[in-house]
Design a protein around this ligand. Structure first.
Ligand SMILES: [Zn+2]
Length: 172
């Protein structure tokens, strides 16, 4: 069973983006090409572009300008995964060259990758076979801080409390 990720970030951001338009659902190569044409300043023969992405509840890739919050991209809904995506394209078409699960709004697990792969295969667009950078998130049971785990150290960066072995970012 895949996990549904609800927004776990700050309420200030949630309120601030409430009226932003949701991201663009990408269900075909031509939709992706249209979005890239609108959002990249200059298209040469070869080009690259970074974007914010979520996988929505229907399993579709949804992307927005890379400076967008994931909660805005998701239209304030829950997601199956989220992160950053990097497209590169030459004459023969586009591919995903890098992709991460970096979203402090949803804190998706690296294990959400299969949902991302399905969404990318639906378009279809060539992609890596896992997140090229994997982020591990935990919420501190003592002080509530959302931590990004580095070097497998399960210790809160704010209060030094031990962090749990299992994903817990949805607990408040
Ligand atoms: Zn803490």
């Amino acid at each position: 069973m895949s996990r549904l990720y609800q927004y776990v970030g700050s309420n200030d951001i949630r309120l601030a983006v409430a009226k932003f338009p949701a991201g663009t659902t990408i269900e075909s190569v031509s939709q992706l090409e249209n979005w890239i044409a609108k959002n990249s300043k200059k298209l040469k023969d070869c080009s690259s572009l970074a974007a914010t992405f979520v996988v929505d509840l229907k399993g579709h890739l949804c992307i927005a300008d890379r400076h967008s919050e994931h909660i805005a991209c998701a239209g304030t809904n829950s997601v199956l995964s989220a992160g950053e995506i990097f497209f590169e394209g030459c004459n023969r078409g586009w591919e995903v060259v890098e992709i991460t699960n970096q979203s402090t709004g949803f804190c998706p697990e690296p294990e959400s990758w299969p949902q991302v792969a399905i969404a990318l295969d639906r378009i279809p667009i060539p992609h890596p076979n896992k997140f090229t950078i994997e982020f591990v998130f935990r919420r501190c049971p003592a002080c509530d801080q959302l931590n990004i785990i580095k070097d497998n150290l399960l210790i809160c960066s704010v209060c030094n409390s031990d962090l749990p072995d299992v994903w817990n970012c949805d607990r408040c």
